[in-house]
Design a protein around this ligand. Structure first.
Ligand SMILES: *Cc1c(COP(=O)(O)O)cnc(C)c1O
Length: 447
């Protein structure tokens, strides 16, 4: 049992004694042989690449003896910090939904009409080919959108094109659904653009989709109109759809304007995945959507729509209370709310980007303009006794109670990611500790 069960605000508090007591009773003989049941191993490999598993291991490296608070910068959930609270308008919308008494019943598998209509309206603000409420499916956060799309497209020999740096849940579901993963590169020196030649080279007749993240978590770039158009053209040439994860479309503080992939749906069909988790700072509310941008009805003729519906019919739905509240959340939240959050993030990025100059072993190729992370390349040649990104993060946790995420989990070995969606004081503290850590592990100069 991990001593840090709550990944969000890990502390040294635990209910461990209770668990220890319970463990000693009724263990069913040697090896538990009395019992005929045991846990299924099917998800083992899929879960082993998940972020939660790695973070739990890193938190377990932290120790009271270090006499420092745990700084959990390995994952991002800004909503736990006082400076990142959701909008009052969104809270009111949920209260109103709850009190109305109209949201106590089951919802249809695809979601309730007012929610689907509200998402269509919200997305249509930026789309030339208007989507309809029928093109929207409500999901339990964007996570269920990922799961649903991969399950809906899976089949014998299927493969899917994923970026090397990715939200790891895509890998987990692909593994779980026996869909082969083919990884395309992102080019750090070209604003993390997609290596489109690579994409073209690795696709074949069994490729079901190319997945892109825009804005890109964790790289923090926002793709240009021109680049996205090229993505659509390559997909068209290959005869595949684009799945565009746009969960961070409200979290943008740089120069590049966000362009929804759906704009290019006349070139190739596009599935957009979204949710309110990141933009509204409410990942615990668990509501998101799948949007079909498909003016030529390709998804109908290929049975993709049917397959999504079938999958949703046998999956849990997002709470009706949240579905009922969604129109007001999307329509009534003021732009000042997003501006304030983005301004804090932008200042945090400026601070951290600058502070990295004092930590030569970590370099960030491009200052992020969206999302809540810094992705840095780890230069092992400057360090004495660190073997890789995982080792770096383990020792950082052991010696400083500072948790960063090894890039390996996201697909890039010897990179390190940390969150800037935290209180400013935590970032300052983190860099103090990093400096000490670097000083202790830096290679002594050979003259
Ligand atoms: C957080 C995140 C998700 C999951 O979103 P939820 O709405 O919390 O389920 C999916 N994709 C990316 C890129 C994310 O960062």
């Amino acid at each position: 049992m991990s001593q840090h069960m709550n990944l969000l605000l890990p502390s040294f508090e635990t209910d461990k004694e209770e668990y220890d007591e319970r463990k000693t009773t009724d263990h069913g003989g040697i090896g538990g042989s009395v019992w005929r049941f045991k846990g299924n191993k099917a998800a083992k490999e899929a879960a082993s690449v998940s972020m939660k598993g790695t973070l739990a291991r890193l938190f377990d490296c932290c120790s009271k003896d270090v006499k420092k608070t745990i700084l959990p910068l390995g994952h991002g959930d800004p909503s736990v910090y006082p400076c990142f609270q959701t909008s009052v308008d969104a809270e009111e919308a949920v209260v109103e939904s709850l009190r109305s008494g109209a949201a106590n019943s089951y919802a249809p598998g695809v979601g309730i009409l007012p929610a689907r209509r509200a998402v269509a309206n919200y997305l249509n603000r930026d789309l030339p080919h208007k989507i309809h409420s029928d093109d929207i499916f409500m999901t339990v956060g964007c996570c269920q959108g990922i799961e649903t799309m991969i399950h809906a497209l899976a089949g014998p020999k299927a493969n899917i094109l994923l970026p090397t740096l990715i939200y790891p849940l895509y890998n987990s579901h692909a593994i779980h659904s026996l869909v082969e993963i083919r990884k395309y590169n992102l080019l750090p020196d070209l604003d993390w653009e997609i290596d489109l030649q690579g994409v073209e080279a690795m696709a074949d007749e069994n490729t079901i989709a190319v997945v892109i993240m825009n804005p890109h978590n964790p790289c923090g770039n926002v793709y240009t109109y021109e680049h996205l158009k090229k993505v659509a053209e390559v997909a068209r040439k290959l005869g595949i759809m684009v799945i565009s994860d746009e969960v961070y479309n409200q979290t943008i503080y740089g120069e590049n304007k966000f362009v929804p992939m759906g704009i290019f749906s006349s070139i190739t069909p596009v599935v957009t995945l979204g949710s309110i988790s990141k933009g509204w700072l409410v990942p615990g509310w668990r509501i998101g959507w799948i949007a079909m941008n498909d003016p030529k009805n390709v998804f109908k003729t290929t049975r993709v729509v049917e397959s999504i519906k079938e999958h949703l019919d046998i999956s849990p739905d997002p709470s009706t209370i949240l579905q009922f509240a969604l129109p007001n959340i999307l329509e009534k939240t003021k732009k000042e709310f997003f501006e304030k959050n983005n301004s804090i993030l932008s200042q945090n990025v400026d601070f951290a980007f600058d502070a990295l100059k004092d930590i030569p072993c970590l370099t960030c190729p491009k200052k992020p303009e969206s999302c809540t992370y810094l992705v840095t390349k780890l230069d092992l040649s400057l360090l004495e006794d660190i073997t890789n990104d995982f080792d770096f993060c383990m020792k950082l946790a052991q010696e400083e109670n500072l948790v960063f995420l090894p890039g390996e989990v996201l697909g890039l070995k010897n990179w390190v990611r940390f969150s800037i969606g935290v209180e400013r004081s935590m970032l300052e503290d983190a860099f103090m500790r990093l400096k000490g850590f670097f000083a202790r592990h830096t290679k002594t100069q050979l003259t």
